[in-house]
Design a protein around this ligand. Structure first.
Ligand code: TYD
Ligand code: MG
Length: 457
């Protein structure tokens, strides 16, 4: 009897099935199952790192108190933003998945971080040649004697090299290019990705070496690759941002050693990625004269307050169907806000084209941006500029009420720090701000009609 084990995998979500099916029972995708060899006949040989530090590893049960606490053993990098998203540095023995669209800057950021570290680092690249990486390092202007490079895709060869080198940190770029000889399917397939990641997981845990796995995702974010790994790794970092803009956000989606509310902000420049310590200051363009259709929102990304400029353009529709175009904001949310204005305020957006843009190419999910979006729309509709010294924080409900948002004091403090004179927030937030004294004027309102009266009359 053949010992070769095969299975069918959904290439969309990674669902495993013993037989072929037309529609994936897990994600509902049609025609996504592909047969993959899960295990070759020769089975698994020993791991490449078995005698990594001279200690023989054997399965053995121990009491919890026998375990040496290693919580505080973190490598603190030069990159404050990376430290922040990891919860205070790289935890030894942790496996970190860094996911992002191609071209967003994953290789740049981790090459840069590898070159900054004093400890020996092994950078495994299956995508670029040594020359290409060297060129990139030259562009970054960095040089480090402790930085080792390996262009290889076979995990067994990689572990062989790791055993010789004993690096303190391993960076794998990317997990989709790796191939383990124990599985026959091609690199990038679900079973390969899963098995290669599993090998690195065992390696990280058994040798206490942190490993970064870089993984690509496509625009819709749910291509099988990195998604199927999320449960295996300790930390998942997601790289976001528009390739055509300079700003990038590194978001923690999962972290066994820290908060998932953390966020790193970078700016991609000529010489690599630079951490941005005061993002609000750059996201708000300083203008000589104020233009209509612009409003500033005091949002919160994770636990970081961020003041963001919202730009709206409302014009007479020239075609039969009015257009609604958004960047960085949810289209359905815009339609909802327009419906609220139409119904509660009597504005006729039905005959207007509406364009909405969040400055800096950021994608904002915080609902507290609603009020600023609404005010930007009204400002453009009326063609009356809003004051430069006013900002907004509030969610807008279906009946036109302004709803309270979380961490209001933090938002107000950030607006104050940036020199705003007024912030408009929900009346229901009032008791949250009772105790503290701010220099900025906090205006509370309950309904969008009130805001309209206040701003335009
Ligand atoms: P890269 O790190 O290769 O992206 P990924 O690994 O996520 O696919 O980034 C590629 C982009 O970054 C490319 O369009 C060029 C740009 N870039 C800069 O703008 N400045 C730089 O210093 C470097 C190295 C790259
Ligand atoms: Mg890359």
């Amino acid at each position: 009897m053949s010992k070769i084990k095969k299975a069918y995998f959904c290439q969309h979500c990674g669902y495993e099935s013993v037989k072929w099916v037309g529609q994936c029972p897990s994600c509902g995708q049609w025609n996504s199952f592909v047969e993959e060899v899960v295990q070759k006949e020769n089975g698994k040989s020993k791991n490449g790192w078995d005698d990594y530090d001279g200690k023989k590893r054997a399965g053995r049960t121990i009491t919890l108190s026998e375990v040496k606490s290693s919580e505080e053993k973190r490598i603190v990098t030069e990159d404050a933003e990376l430290n922040r998203v990891l919860g205070g540095g790289i935890v030894s023995g942790s496996l970190v998945l860094v996911a992002g669209e191609p071209g967003i800057g994953k290789s740049t950021l981790f090459l840069q971080n590898g070159l900054w570290l004093k400890e020996p680092v092994l950078y495994v690249s299956g995508e670029e040649s040594e020359q290409q990486i060297k060129m990139r390092a030259d562009r970054l202007g960095l040089h480090n004697e402790n930085f080792y490079l390996l262009t290889e895709t076979s995990t067994q060869v990689i572990f062989e090299e790791i055993r010789k080198l004993k690096p303190r940190l391993v960076i794998v770029d990317s997990i989709q290019t790796l191939q383990t000889p124990f599985i026959e399917s091609s690199a990038g397939s679900i079973s390969q990705i899963r098995e290669c990641a599993a090998e690195f997981q065992r390696f990280a845990k058994e040798t206490d070496t942190p490993v970064f796995l870089i993984g690509h995702i496509t625009k819709d974010g749910n291509i099988a690759g990195p998604k199927v790994l999320e449960h295996m790794v300790d930390t998942v970092l997601q790289f976001e941002g528009d390739r055509h803009y300079a700003y990038r956000i590194l978001r923690t989606l999962k972290n066994r050693f820290g908060s998932t509310a953390e966020l790193g902000i970078y700016e991609m420049g000529e010489n690599g990625m630079k951490g941005v310590a005061n993002p609000s200051e750059i996201l708000i363009t300083q203008k000589e004269e104020q233009l209509s259709g612009i409003a500033i929102a005091a949002t919160l990304e994770g636990v970081r307050p961020l003041l963001i400029e919202v730009q709206a353009l409302v014009t007479q529709s020239v075609y039969g169907t009015p257009q609604r175009t958004v960047t960085g904001f949810d289209l359905r949310r815009l339609q909802l806000l327009l419906a609220v204005l139409e119904k509660r305020g009597g504005f006729h957006f039905g005959v207007k084209d509406v364009f909405l843009n969040i400055a800096g190419g950021l994608k904002v999910e915080d609902p507290s941006i609603d009020l600023a979006v609404l005010c930007a729309l009204l400002s453009s509709y009326e063609d009356v500029p809003l004051s430069q010294h006013i900002c907004f924080a509030g969610e807008v409900g279906l009946s036109g009420e302004i709803r309270a948002v979380n961490r209001i004091e933090q938002r107000i403090a950030e607006a104050e720090k940036l020199g705003f004179e007024k912030i408009i927030v929900s009346r229901y937030n009032q008791k949250g701000i009772g105790k503290q004294k701010f220099n900025i004027e906090v205006v509370t309102m309950a309904r969008v009609e009130e805001v309209y009266q206040y701003l335009f009359n």
